[in-house]
Design a protein around this ligand. Sequence first.
Ligand code: SF4
Length: 275
Amino acid sequence: VPGEPLDLRPDCARCFGLCCVVPAFATSSDFAFDKHAGEPCPHLRDDFGCAIHAQLRQRGFPGCAVYDCFGAGQHVAQGTFGGRDWRREPAIAQPMFEAFTVMRQLHELLWHLAEALRLRRAQPVHEELRAALGQTERLTDLDAAALAALDLDAHRRAVNALLRRASELVRDRAGHRVADHRGADLVGARLRGADLRAADLAGAELIRADLRGADLRLADLTGADLRGADLRAADLTTSLFLTQSQVDSARGDATTRLPPRRTAPRHWPGARLRR
Ligand code: SF4
C-alpha cells in the first residue's frame, strides 16, 4: 500500500514479552487462569519467550495463540524505550506498560487505515485516510509521557468515523440489500448459508455462530468477535477489515474462503498450510 507506514506485524524477538504482562486475563475458554494487568504471566521465561508456546491451545491458552499487537510490542521496546528492558530496569516497567496499551491501539488504527487504503471504491476518502495515517504514525513517535497524556479516545473517534465512511462507500456500491448487524448480539446465531453480502457486522458478537456456507463478501467485520464461529465453506474473499487474529480465533477448514493476505491457521483441519 502506498504510504504503508510501520511494520504492523508482531516481532516477538524484539519485544520484552509485553503482551504477556500488560493485559489482564480472566479464567475462560481463552485462558486457563486469572492474571492481573501488569503482572507477568508465570509462563513467561527470563528471555521473554513463552515456556508453553508450542502447546498454547492444548494447555488452555487459545487467547494467547490469537493475540496480535500489530507490531506495537517491538515499537515500544525498541523505539519508545530504545531497547531498555523492564526486568533489568524495574523503574521503567510502569511507563513502558502504559505506553504499550496506547501504542497497541495506535498500531491497530494504522492497520485499519492501511486496509482502507487498499479499497479502490473508498477512493473519495483516500486523501483523508492518508492524512489520518500520517497523523497516527506521528503519534507513535511520541515519548512515553506524551503517549500517556494523549487524548486517544478523541483520535480514535475521528479515525473510526473515517473508516466507517470508507466501509460505507464500498458497501453502498455493492448493489445488494445490506443487513445492519452493527454491534449485534449474534452469539451462537444460526446463520448457515446466510446472504450477508455487504452486511455491517462491525463489532458484532458472533461467538460460536454457525456461519457455514455464509456469503460474507464485502461484509464489514471490523472488531467482530468470531471466537469459535464456524466458517467452514463461508466466503470471506472480499470481507472488510478481517484481521488474522479474527481468522485464527474462528473454526474453519480447507473450504473456508479467505481474503488475500489472510491465511488458514494451522489448527484448521485440512487447511492449506501457508504460514
Ligand atoms: S501463556 Fe505464554 S503467550 Fe500466554 S501470556 Fe503466558 S507467556 Fe505469554
